[in-house]
Design a binder for this molecule. Structure first.
Ligand code: BGC
Length: 743
């Protein structure tokens, strides 16, 4: 009996200590990868002090914010974005930290990516840049940028994806998916209406709801709902007289309530202006603020951020409910579980050959052949003995400069070096400067290391180029804009639509000296080209990063067949564009108020409405081969509300080399209760064809392609009636149409 009792006691003690040991070994819920993220978030939150929660909501250095040290949750580290991983900066300064292991691969600018019209290139881009971010231990990539191209003067258009909401939406989604497959959050920017750099910190944008929903929001919505972006960055400007970084309408009503965004809202650097609004109007994380009473860069300034001590004090006093910080902390913890706390995320890779190759491929697909009279291009190396390259952009490093997207690249192949390397001894390549643009090359302590100083006068430089031009087989002028202030650069808009530095004069003189003139315009914006009649071949290139010179050489000699198309229109003159067809209230604004008077008629939508012929239309781009389109057909003549409709057309490569064509589907509503654009892009497909090959391209749409935003009902509506499916090789080059009804 005694024996039994002792045994029982022993069992009780043993089982007690086993369950005690289990409790000790059991993972807290927030660390248990098998638990749903929401449970982990709540568990982590329940273990945090008020101070720890507030610490999550603001920066602790130029690019980082606190984690939860007591719980082992790492800090958040952000990086620009969107074209490569920015060099490390000092903890508390914009100047670079002079690390020696942070030279990245510079990828092509997002204008180039958009010009590929190829979602596969976007996925490759996102995956590659995400790997670079991951390797550098960043969990937030500040990009991509999807603000709509409203005016060719906007200094930051090169960081965006053009004028069309549909094209931008299609390209942004795979980029985000590629980045996030690395356990790095894409932070889509700048939400919303940051369409100019002039007065960007103060301007209030007046835009009607319909225009907001139809033109300026779709790419952000696609980024959130289809791309499932984990972060979004507020813009600097104001809207409805509230700062976009803490804006009730944009952030609470649209982003959270309508789109169900469950990621983190990050402020733009210095975009927060008010604690109460930052608390209540949808912001989660504050970065880069100048602080009250302390100068920029003071070491403890972060404590004075709007969402730091001022926020804490309001919470402690009970004036602000703790739930307000809980909401923000939940979003930020969710980010941690998706990124730094995901033990299955890959390790990334940095500055690899594979990333260089990816950049080159994207650049080759994005360069646009605008004009090619007499088939001057590709340069026929069997007949060419001597080539003259003219222009500063042939030699100038473009990865340094432009603002926050400035990079410290591991290497950058200039157009001149790329051409020389490709041509080798097949022909002689000589160079003349032609003009001096901006000889400097420095940004936040990163120097291009080039000495571009020049003592000769403008006339002497032109004379040299013209003399040399007379004695060569082909002249390739490589100019355009650059990343200096008031060009393609953050913080300022361009002052004029014209090419700077008297390049028009150089081009005109060259065209008189040699009829075989190729002009390569490198820019992120349309420019005036008053000399198009005198120049047989024109190429639109972009800031193409590390591999820019190699990619351009491939196109010029024909190793790659051009297949890019313009993601924005090239108007003949600035006033041909909607934003410049009104007074200064419309652009750049008066008394810090800008009013988008052109409404939904942005880009080709305006040109179509006003029947203005552009210099080069949206969607335009030639190839070294030719394509013939067949008859356009639709698979049903009546489309119902739940139906899908397929538009088909055959395309034949009628030339003698392989090439790719971007087939564009525009939809026209024949009659509507509200004014609608003449046509709108609603589908496209990039099809590759061998010489002589024919393929049928089929593009399927649903009723969303027919709808418009009704501002009174505050919803997308489709009206019954007749529609046209228009197939074009560009917005101006219409190949065929088919009619159908919506009933
Ligand atoms: C820019 C952002 C950028 C941030 C951090 C801001 O000035 O507007 O696009 O991500 O700086 O560099």
């Amino acid at each position: 009996m005694k024996m039994k009792k002792t045994l029982l006691l022993l069992c009780i003690i043993l089982s007690g200590s086993i369950s005690w040991m289990n409790a000790q070994n059991e993972k807290p819920i927030y660390l248990d990868e098998n638990k749903p993220i929401e449970e982990r978030v709540e568990d982590a939150l329940s273990r945090m002090t008020l101070e720890e929660k507030v610490a999550l909501c603001h920066a602790q250095s130029k690019f980082s914010s606190a984690g939860v040290p007591s719980l082992g949750i790492p800090e958040n580290w952000a990086t620009d974005g969107p074209h490569g991983i920015r060099p490390e900066v000092m903890w508390d300064e914009w100047e670079q930290a002079e690390w020696t292991n942070d030279s990245c691969i510079a990828f092509p600018a997002l204008t180039c990516l958009a010009a590929t019209w190829n979602p596969e290139m976007s996925l490759l881009y996102g995956k590659s840049i995400g790997e670079e971010a991951r390797y550098r231990n960043k969990n937030i990539l500040l990009g991509p940028g999807v603000n709509i191209y409203r005016t060719p003067l906007n200094g930051r258009n090169f960081e965006y994806m053009g004028e069309d909401p549909f094209l931008t939406s299609q390209i942004v989604v795979p980029y985000i998916q590629g980045v996030q497959s690395n356990g790095v959050a894409a932070c889509v920017k700048h939400y919303a209406l940051n369409n100019q750099e002039i007065d960007r910190h103060t301007v209030n944008v007046n835009v009607d709801d319909r225009t907001l929903y139809e033109i300026y929001l779709p790419a952000f919505k696609a980024a959130v709902q289809e791309g499932k972006a984990w972060a979004i960055m507020g813009a600097y400007n104001r809207y409805k007289e509230q700062w976009a970084c803490h804006n009730d309408y944009l952030l609470n009503k649209i982003l959270r309530d309508e789109w169900n965004f469950d990621g983190v809202v990050v402020s733009d650097w210095g975009g927060v202006n008010n604690t109460k609004e930052a608390i209540y109007h949808g912001l989660d994380m504050e970065f880069g603020s100048w602080t009250d009473g302390l100068s920029e860069g003071a070491s403890n300034a972060y404590d004075n951020y709007y969402l730091s001590k001022p926020f804490l004090r309001l919470l402690q006093s009970g004036e602000v409910d703790v739930e307000e910080v809980n909401k923000k902390a939940r979003n930020i913890l969710r980010l941690a579980f998706r990124t730094t706390m995901d033990k299955n995320r890959p390790w990334g890779s940095f500055a690899t050959q594979a990333h260089g190759d990816a950049g080159r491929k994207i650049a080759e697909e994005g360069i646009v052949l605008l004009q090619n009279n007499n088939n001057l291009l590709p340069i026929d190396l069997t007949k060419t003995k001597k080539i003259l390259v003219v222009g500063e952009n042939a030699i100038k490093a473009m990865t340094v400069g432009g603002g926050s997207s400035s990079l410290k690249a591991k290497y950058e192949v200039s157009p001149l070096d790329g051409l020389k390397a490709r041509i080798g001894n097949q022909a002689e390549v000589i160079y003349a400067r032609g003009y001096v643009g901006d000889a400097s090359g420095e940004y936040n302590g990163v120097v291009s290391g080039q000495d571009l100083s020049e003592s000769r006068s403008a006339d002497e430089l032109i004379a040299e180029a013209v003399n040399l031009a007379k004695g060569v087989d082909v002249v390739v002028f490589i100019g355009g804009l650059n990343k200096s202030d008031f060009q393609d650069s953050e913080g300022n808009d361009r002052k004029s639509y014209d090419l700077p530095y008297s390049q028009d004069k150089v081009i005109t003189e060259l065209s008189k000296a040699n009829k075989n003139l190729v002009v390569v315009n490198i820019s992120g914006n349309a420019v005036a080209m008053p000399w198009t009649k005198a120049v047989p071949a024109i190429v639109q290139s972009w800031y193409n990063g590390s591999e820019s010179g190699n990619a351009l050489a491939s196109i010029l000699v024909g190793d790659a067949n051009p297949s890019g198309k313009l993601p924005f229109s090239f108007p003949v003159r600035l006033t041909d564009i909607g934003a410049h067809s009104f007074d200064t209230e419309c652009y750049p604004g008066v008394d810090k108020e800008v009013t988008y008077k052109e409404g939904i008629f942005v880009g080709y939508r305006w040109l179509d409405k006003e029947k203005i012929k552009p210099l080069f239309p949206f969607g335009h781009g030639l190839s070294y081969t030719t394509f013939k389109y067949g008859k356009v057909s639709v698979d049903k003549s009546n489309m119902g509300a739940t139906d899908k409709l397929t538009v088909s057309v055959s395309v034949t490569n009628t030339g003698n080399r392989a090439g790719s064509e971007i087939v564009q589907l525009y939809i026209k509503d024949m009659k509507s209760s509200l004014p609608r654009p003449e046509k709108e892009l609603k589908g496209f497909d990039k099809v590759s064809l061998k010489a002589g090959e024919t393929k049928t391209v089929s593009i399927t749409i649903d009723k969303s392609a027919l709808s418009f935003f009704d501002p009174v009902k505050h919803e997308w509506v489709v009206e019954e009636g007749d529609f046209e499916a228009i197939i074009g090789a560009s917005a101006s080059d219409i190949k065929g149409k088919a009619s159908f009804k919506f009933q």
